[in-house]
Design a protein around this ligand. Sequence first.
Ligand code: OGA
Ligand code: MN
Length: 216
Amino acid sequence: MSASFALDFSGTPPPTDKYSRIADDLARQGWSVQDGFIADALTAALKAEALLLRDAGAYRRAAVGRGDAQQLRPELRGDRIVWLDGVDTGPATQTYLRELESLRLSLNRGLFLGLFDFEGHLAEYPPGAFYRRHLDQHQDSDSRVVSCVLYLNPGWTPGDGGELRLYLPQAQPGELDIAPRGGTLVCFLSSVFEHEVLPARKPRHSLTGWFRRREA
Ligand code: OGA
Ligand code: MN
């Protein structure tokens, strides 16, 4: 006797993975928040590597602007950063950068964005530090296309502050406050979304960067 099965695929969501969810979100609304984008163990290992670099004195006060126009403006921005291309990165950071490379290729396949590379830094906001409302694209360059912020703060609670506030455009009016919880990835179109970092009560760690296209 043979069994027969009636397979009914109606109502089954199309095959999806975490990269295509981000691509869909970017296409639909220009931003995406993925809780648990990376596993807790990788988040913890990334944070440990960040703290090693910080304790070795690698972090510097972050500037605004680029090139000759760079300035330290603590009234605008109080974080301390280290650019990833200037240091030997540890195995967890390399694992995460490979993950971002897969995301980059997936976004290019799905959205034809022509993303060419990734530039990124680790950041620490000391308690009370903030980053006032800004746009990630520099005035003289449109090379930054997608901003990607990964948070490295296990056990972050609402009272800890430090939210990323995204200002949504007319089509989706309002503000979106995102807690910098460990493992959460936020992506948004760098030319569209003004945003700011609200002051935190505890040191706030992140790995932030940009998928770029070639400059015209
Ligand atoms: C930035 C920035 C957001 C965050 O570094 O440009 O806006 O949530 N970071 O850390
Ligand atoms: Mn920014």
